[in-house]
Design a protein around this ligand. Structure first.
Ligand code: PHE
Length: 511
């Protein structure tokens, strides 16, 4: 079969490939695939509604916040979700074990979404906190369980993780279609009214659907759990080996927890007027670490230096990319015609485009890396390419923003945006993860994964800050904000191209 036939067959074949792909893997992978699919369904289903719900006037069933207030809540929430995976991972390692942390985390996540299903500001913040805490326990645990399916020399491991990433994106694709329909569609509102229920409460039905998704994921784990290494470990049964030296691990968890909360507190304080200079702490900290470690004479610190350089690229990348659920969600809601051939759809459905493109493009990327083999560009060059695509995506939004002066614009602009961003994502996200783990000394892989999640957390926070000046009424200001951010991404890309030889030197042989 020629390469071109391969590519054109990608769309219908993607689903089939997943099934065939799972067939050659340990049975547990199917269980983890579908459990993570439902967990991400709940996460992205809720995220698709989050900002829209916050900015909807209270009289229309929302929280009536300004876009700037909603942006800060969005940034702090998504930051917390990924920051808490650091203490969550330590808790799993030292006390709970992977299995129990996943089950417990899943339960807390479901409780969080059902709390969001209740109206009111107190329920809202409690729900967000529960989802963040639960995800902190669930996400590192389930990722590590995937790793535990393969022995050290098993060459199916990378393919297993690629399939798992597919599961993430199948969930992310389906979720906004369901929750967006429940929360935003006229059909649903009319149905609620017809049942004598409050049509303005439709948002909460969307949040409840996220909770049901998480329960389905939990059910899969409980029913099929025995696939994960023989018999499932007891839920609250006998404790692991760490317990005879309980003080050590307890102190360690307490220290990590305290550090995480302190960082989170510091970052949140930086939102307050007068405290903005604190923002430099989380921008400059990785840069200082990168330089300090990068100019060390020893090999291991230099490798950590390389990791922090990559981390800076990742933070900037996610800082723009993660505005999907914020700036772009608002752009879709207020400034885009959400209709295909005259048929109107909920604006949150645009959130399905990124996962859809991941599903469609992943096989193409896999084929490309396979074909290039040793002639592949190095990781810093891949990061630079990712940042170029990201810059192009926001550059595309500048004329789009200007055109909104004449009314709502075509949905195709956002299709283009997500196509460019997803291409960038596939150059950076899987590459970054595997490069980080290969740079890590064997005993510190967990720590390094924590650093990678930290990058995602800081990037998410940055997204909240960069996205806080969204305006639906000033096309020129909106366009210049897109251009400015595209320039930031382009400058970062240029820096990565220029610094590639230095970074490769720091990486000491790892590509
Ligand atoms: N789509 C990815 C996910 O939800 C985004 C991500 C990348 C999250 C890297 C964490 C770290 O899993």
């Amino acid at each position: 079969m020629s390469g071109r036939e391969d590519l054109s067959a990608t769309a219908p074949a993607a689903g089939l490939l997943v099934w065939l792909g799972l067939a050659g893997h340990p049975r547990g992978l199917g269980t983890l695939f579908f459990a993570e699919m439902w967990e991400r369904f709940s996460y992205y289903g809720m995220r698709a509604l989050l900002v829209l719900f916050m900015v909807t006037p209270a009289a229309e069933g929302g929280l009536g916040m300004t876009a700037a207030e909603a942006a800060l809540v969005y940034g702090n929430y998504t930051m917390a979700v990924y920051l808490l995976s650091i203490p969550g991972g330590v808790a799993a390692d030292k006390f709970l074990g992977l299995w129990r942390s996943v089950i417990l985390g899943g339960g807390v996540i479901a409780a969080g979404h059902f709390t969001l299903a209740v109206a009111g500001v107190a329920a809202f913040y409690t729900g967000l906190a529960l989802v963040a805490i639960g995800t902190g326990l669930f996400k590192p645990g389930i990722s590590a369980l995937v790793g535990s399916l393969y022995g050290p020399g098993d060459n199916r491991r990378d393919a297993g993780f690629s399939l798992f990433y597919m599961g993430i994106n199948v969930g992310g694709f389906l979720a906004p279609l369901v929750t967006g329909f429940l929360a935003q569609s006229a059909t649903m509102k009319a149905w609620l009214a017809g049942q004598g229920l409050d049509p303005l409460a439709s948002w909460h039905w969307g949040f409840a659907a996220a909770g049901i998704g998480m329960l389905l994921g939990l059910a899969i784990l409980v029913v099929r759990g025995r696939d994960l290494r023989g018999s499932p470990p007891p839920l609250w049964g006998k404790a692991g080996e760490g317990d005879s030296r309980a003080l050590g691990p307890a102190l360690m968890l307490a220290a990590v927890m305290a550090g995480t909360l302190a960082l989170m507190g510091l970052i949140m304080v930086s939102d307050r007027a007068g405290f903005e200079p604190l923002r430099w702490v989380y921008v400059l900290l990785p840069a200082v670490l990168a330089l300090w470690l990068g100019f060390s004479k020893d090999e291991e610190p230099r490798r950590y230096g390389a990791m922090f350089v990559l981390l800076i690229g990742a933070i900037l990348f996610w800082g723009i990319f993660e505005q999907a659920g914020l700036t772009i969600a608002l752009f879709a809601e207020h400034l885009t015609r959400s209709e295909i051939a005259g048929w109107a759809f909920p604006s949150s459905w645009f959130q399905s485009l990124n996962p859809l493109f991941v599903i469609l493009l992943s096989p193409i990327f896999a084929a490309m890396w396979m074909k290039l083999g040793d002639r592949q560009p190095s990781s810093p060059v891949k990061f630079a390419i990712a940042l170029v695509f990201l810059a192009l995506s926001f550059l595309l939004m500048a004329p789009a923003a200007m055109l909104t002066a004449e009314g709502r614009i075509s949905p195709l602009w956002l299709v283009g945006l997500f196509l460019l961003q997803t291409t960038g994502e596939l150059f950076l996200s899987p590459v970054g993860l595997s490069t980080m783990t290969r740079l890590a000394p064997e005993r510190a892989v967990g720590l390094v994964l924590g650093i990678w999640f930290l990058g995602f957390a800081l990037g998410s926070k940055l997204a909240g800050v960069l996205g806080s000046n969204f305006t639906a009424t000033d096309p020129a200001a909106l366009a210049s904000s897109f251009v400015w951010q595209a320039g930031l991404a382009a400058a970062a890309a240029a820096a990565f191209f220029v610094l590639t030889p230095w970074i490769k030197g720091l990486m000491g042989g790892v590509r």
